[in-house]
Every structure is written in structure tokens, then in C-alpha cells.
Design a protein around this ligand. Structure first.
Ligand code: ZN
Ligand code: ZN
Length: 425
């Protein structure tokens, strides 16, 4: 470890308590996608207090970007460190005394209980910590750091725009990064970095299928057209889609929400299905969509109905190239130790950080924060006597506070190593 790495670590240790305090505050005060007003205010206030060269606010809704130009001679490199800042419409059963009791009364489709069940409170707090560390060492930074606090990662309400793509559309990432870096807290052993060459997360899109029938009293179904049996056919038909797509490249189609406008004795006019398609291989998305739309349209027709299918909020797969992973491994190993840098399995989760990493190059890794250990073949299992493995989006999802300082170190050292030219493909 060089002198500058030691300095970054020392500064990270100094800010560690503050990072935990931020995390707990954010956890208690979660805000849903595109409603992250107070979260953004906290971020912007702190970035301004650091004396950054620029603090841009109001990007893609409540996005914030801090710009820090280093004081050392540079070769034009720019690293974008990214944290997503939004919470989920999920109740908080994490068991901590800083658990959320927030309910968003006005959110479309709500009211919803709100919690940081995906751990974006951790991401935000860690990046605020990294901004503090790097601003403190700015005279020694040979390049520019963008601190990218991104709203609406979980997807904005369907009739609103938002998220990473919207930030790009608004020109938020300027100067153009030569590397983007992000991480996601996950049920891995505390302080572990999981990396994957290839797609870490799958491609995703939101699906809305509306089946139209003809409203009628429940006692006279022959006088109307009941959309419900058509919906049943669509739901069971989805189970056959998998057999039409290469079984060695996983695809899932899940309908998580069915919205009917009928009543026990009224056959409704329409039924709307809300779901998601995930593809491990991005190229399968077009095919999966086409097959789903065909299934919906023709199943509906079989019952005298019509169906319209919309694909919204498409997010590309998160791809880590071999060159970038090879370049990043020495930094990861120095920060967390050789034994804590492990290959992670691909998942069909999504993260629109892909808009940044795929466009500018860079890395996206998994970061362990739970009471877990790894089996000989690298699978996480619960530590005996611990709090167990709880996946993201589960109401009981938890993250160990004491681990967050390691994430701060990771951000800071990845940034420095890229700017100094040590970490690049
Ligand atoms: Zn999530
Ligand atoms: Zn997330």
C-alpha cells in the first residue's frame, strides 16, 4: 500500500461514524422513486460543505452530481462514482431501532409503506463518505471525480420519466467519465466484494398487459365479454414461453400484480396485468417481448377479448468486461483482502447503473453486508447464530453498519487508482 492509499484509508476511518449516522438517518426517512426531495437536500448540503467545484441539483428529478477537480497534474481521466438513493414500497421489518415507519400517502397506486429494503441508504451514505475522503485529499488527485447520486433506480411511476437514462439525457455526467463505478449491498459475507465477468445483472423491462372485454352484470355473462378467463389463459400460457427460448440462457416472465375493475357480481370491462421480463442474455429480450405480446393478443381473442401489451422502463443488462475486471481486481484485493474478493453468480436482478457502466466503461460489483460465509464453491450461507441471509427487497433485509467504511474505502481507492492510471483496461 502506498502513502496515498494509507491516507485515503485514514480519512475513511475518520468519516466512518458519520457514514453510519447518515445511513441511519436515511433509513429512518426513506423516499420513493422520483420523490427523493429530502434525501437530495441532505446530499447537496453535504457536498456543498465539502467545497466541491460544482454541485448540480434537480437532475432527472432529485438527482445530485458533485464535481471535484483534483489538484495534481492529470491526464484527463474522469471517474464517476454512483449511488442510487431511492427506497421501496415495502414495509420495514429489519428489526433495527432506526427502522422506517414512513407511509407515502400520495404516491401513485398507494398509499405505500416505505423502506430502504434494497439498501440504497447504505449506497448513499458510503458515497457521501467517499466524497468527504476524496475532497480531503483533493490536492493529490490527478483527475476529476463525479459523485453521482441517482434517483429512481427502482423505477419511477409509469407515467413519469427518471433514473440513470434521464440523468444522461439531461447531460448530468459532464465532463464525460472515463470510468463509471458502482456497487450493490447484498447478502454476502461482510466486506466481501463479488465480481463477475459478463452480465452481473440481467436485462429487464416492465410489462403492462390490458385485456379488454365488455362490462356486464355477473348474472348475465352472455350479454357481455368476460376478460377474466382470457387473463387466466395468459397467465398459464406464460409458463410455455420458457420452452420457446433457449433454456441455457435464463429468462423469467413474472406477473406480480393483477388489477381488475370488476366486483363480485360485476364482470369488469378490463383487467390489467403488471409484470416484468428478465433476460440473462440481452439479445433474448426482443424475442421474449414478441412472444408475450403474441400470447396475450391471441389468448384474448380466443375468449372474444382484445389485449394491448406495453413494454416500459427497459433497462440494459449490467455488463462487466474481462479487461475492466482484470484491471479492478488488484484494487479490490488491496482494499478488502485476497480472501474476500470472490466471483459472484449472475442474477436476474437489474440495476440501471448499466446505463453508465455500459456507456463509459467501468465496473459494478456486489458488496457483502450480512452475517454470511461462503461454501467451498463460493455460495453464501448463513453464519450460525447470525441474522441469516435476507435478500434485497425483503421487508427483513438488513445491512451491517460497521461494514460501510469498507465501501467508502473501495470507492475512494477505485477512484484514485483510475485517475492515476493504475486501474484501466
Ligand atoms: Zn432494488
Ligand atoms: Zn438496489
Amino acid at each position: 500500500m502506498t502513502d496515498i492509499h494509507a491516507e485515503l484509508d485514514r480519512r475513511a476511518a475518520d468519516v466512518a461514524d458519520q457514514v453510519v449516522a447518515w445511513r441511519r438517518h436515511l433509513h429512518r426517512n426513506p423516499e420513493l422513486s422520483n420523490r427523493e426531495a429530502r434525501t437530495a437536500e441532505l446530499i447537496a448540503d453535504h457536498l456543498r460543505s465539502l467545497g466541491l467545484d460544482e454541485v448540480r441539483t434537480g437532475i432527472a428529478g432529485h438527482g445530485v452530481v458533485g464535481v471535484l477537480h483534483g489538484g495534481a497534474p492529470d491526464e484527463g481521466r474522469v471517474v464517476a462514482l454512483r449511488a442510487d438513493i431511492d427506497a421501496l414500497p415495502v414495509p420495514d421489518r429489519c428489526g433495527a431501532d432506526f427502522a422506517s415507519t414512513v407511509v407515502d400517502e400520495d404516491y401513485p397506486g398507494g398509499p405505500f409503506p416505505v423502506s430502504h429494503a434494497c439498501g440504497h441508504d447504505c449506497h448513499t451514505a458510503m458515497l457521501l463518505g467517499a466524497a468527504t475522503v476524496l475532497a480531503g485529499a483533493r490536492d493529490r488527485l490527478p483527475g476529476t471525480v463525479l459523485f453521482v447520486f441517482q434517483p429512481a433506480e427502482e423505477g419511477p411511476p409509469v407515467d413519469e420519466s427518471g433514473g440513470a437514462r434521464q440523468m444522461l439525457a439531461e447531460g448530468a455526467l459532464d465532463p464525460v467519465p472515463t470510468m463509471a463505478f458502482g456497487m450493490h449491498v447484498t447478502p454476502y459475507p461482510k466486506g466481501c466484494v463479488g465480481y463477475r465477468v459478463g452480465n452481473q445483472y440481467g436485462a429487464s423491462c416492465l410489462v403492462r398487459i390490458t385485456v379488454h372485454g365488455k362490462q356486464v352484470h355477473g348474472s348475465t355473462p352472455w350479454l357481455g365479454v368476460d376478460p377474466m378467463p382470457a387473463v387466466g389463459a395468459v397467465l398459464t400460457g406464460i409458463g410455455q414461453l420458457y420452452r420457446q427460448i433457449d433454456a441455457f440462457a435464463p429468462v423469467t416472465v413474472s406477473i406480480g400484480h393483477v388489477e381488475d375493475v370488476g366486483r363480485f357480481n360485476i364482470i369488469g370491462e378490463t383487467v390489467t396485468l403488471w409484470g416484468t421480463i428478465r433476460c440473462a442474455v440481452e439479445a433474448d429480450m426482443t424475442d421474449a417481448r414478441k412472444r408475450l405480446a403474441t400470447l396475450a393478443e391471441h389468448s384474448a381473442r380466443a375468449y372474444g377479448c382484445t389485449a394491448t401489451t406495453d413494454f416500459l422502463q427497459d433497462v440494459p443488462a449490467v455488463h462487466n468486461s474481462e479487461e475492466w475486471v482484470t484491471a479492478g481486481l488488484p484494487t479490490f484485493r488491496r482494499v478488502v483482502g485476497d480472501d474476500k474478493v470472490v466471483r459472484s453468480a449472475a442474477t436476474l436482478g437489474y440495476d440501471d447503473v448499466s446505463e453508465f457502466v455500459n456507456r463509459f466503461g467501468g465496473l459494478y460489483v456486489m458488496f457483502g453486508v450480512q452475517d454470511a460465509e461462503l461454501t467451498a464453491d463460493g455460495a453464501p450461507v448463513p453464519t450460525p447464530g447470525g441474522r441469516g441471509l435476507v435478500p434485497n427487497h425483503n421487508p427483513r433485509f438488513y445491512a451491517d453498519d460497521a461494514t460501510l467504511v469498507t465501501g467508502v474505502r473501495l470507492h475512494a481507492q477505485v477512484a484514485y487508482d483510475h485517475l492515476s492510471g493504475a486501474l484501466r483496461p
